[in-house]
Ligand binder design. Structure first.
Ligand SMILES: C[S@@+](CC[C@H](N)C(=O)[O-])C[C@H]1O[C@@H](n2cnc3c(N)ncnc32)[C@H](O)[C@@H]1O
Length: 256
């Protein structure tokens, strides 16, 4: 599944504002004094930029993504301690985990399957590496000004979220819950927190693109009123607020 650098740039300020500060700080602490961090599905490096002000730059990063164009964009602003790894995450044995003390992901787990998460937890347990996954969509979308088709469009969007994005049937809204269970089952100590987007008129361009994306997915999942819903919703982006639920998760292996 392809993601444009423009879309990732548009959502990045909202993503950074939404991350739970307490879990982000705990993740940085888990990385220790000489952080070597592997970011899965890195895109252009949003997680690295979220960590940078708190890490003070003293970290080595390995950015892993299957999209070479996004990695090339990440490389433009990356320092000497950042390396690019064009890999398909489905083959977990290729992951560059040697010496890593933290594995991160953001806006990734909802694309993945339960089986993949179970295998990831086993792989990270083998290496005794902590895992921090931010911004996992949780299925909740609400607007300050309700529309008659909100519930139907949300239900269709959530059905679309569960379709295969390359990893097998995607977890979509269940990703944080299933990830927490998989890592707890593997012996990790799991902490979770809400990290919703709360988008107001100042995020109107993000809201508009989001609405188009929701409508397109909902229409693809059979919701006949999705396009008309989007037209009405777009007219309201300068007047109201939109809430999109996410969950952040930190999983510490035994001994941390
Ligand atoms: C929603 S984007 C999130 C990007 C970035 N983490 C962020 O927060 O801006 C999901 C990312 O996962 C990558 N991705 C999806 N499937 C993948 C796979 N099978 N192997 C490697 N990367 C994958 C995409 O290329 C994309 O960069």
């Amino acid at each position: 599944m392809a993601f444009s650098a423009e879309w990732l740039a548009l959502r990045e300020p909202a993503d950074h504002a939404a991350r739970d500060d307490r879990l982000l700080t705990a993740a940085i602490n888990a990385a220790g004094q000489s952080p070597m961090i592997v970011d899965l599905g890195s895109g252009t490096g949003s997680t690295l930029r979220a960590f940078a002000p708190l890490l003070g730059g003293a970290a080595a990063w390995r950015l892993v993504d299957s999209d070479p164009a996004l990695l090339a964009q990440a490389a433009l602003s990356a320092g000497p301690d950042v390396t690019m790894h064009p890999l398909d995450l489905r083959t977990l044995y290729d992951l560059p985990l040697s010496g890593a003390n933290l594995v991160t992901a953001s806006a990734l787990l909802d694309l993945c399957s339960g089986d993949w998460l179970t295998r990831l937890a086993a792989r990270l347990k083998e290496q005794s590496v902590a895992f921090y996954a931010a911004l996992n969509y949780d299925g909740v979308m609400t607007w300050s000004q309700p529309d008659r088709d909100d519930a139907a469009v949300t239900a269709a969007f959530n059905r679309h979220q569960r379709s295969d994005k390359g990893f097998g049937p995607a977890l979509g809204p269940d990703s944080a819950r299933v990830a927490a269970a998989a890592f707890a089952e593997a012996g990790f100590r799991v902490t979770e927190a809400d990290s919703p987007w709360i988008l107001g008129p100042e995020e109107a361009p993000l809201q508009s693109q989001l609405i188009d994306g929701i409508a397109s997915a909902a229409a693809g999942a059979g919701e006949a009123n999705a396009r008309a819903w989007a037209a009405r919703r777009r007219d309201l982006v300068r007047d109201g607020q939109c809430y999109i639920g996410h969950r952040d998760l930190l999983a510490l292996p035994p001994g941390y």
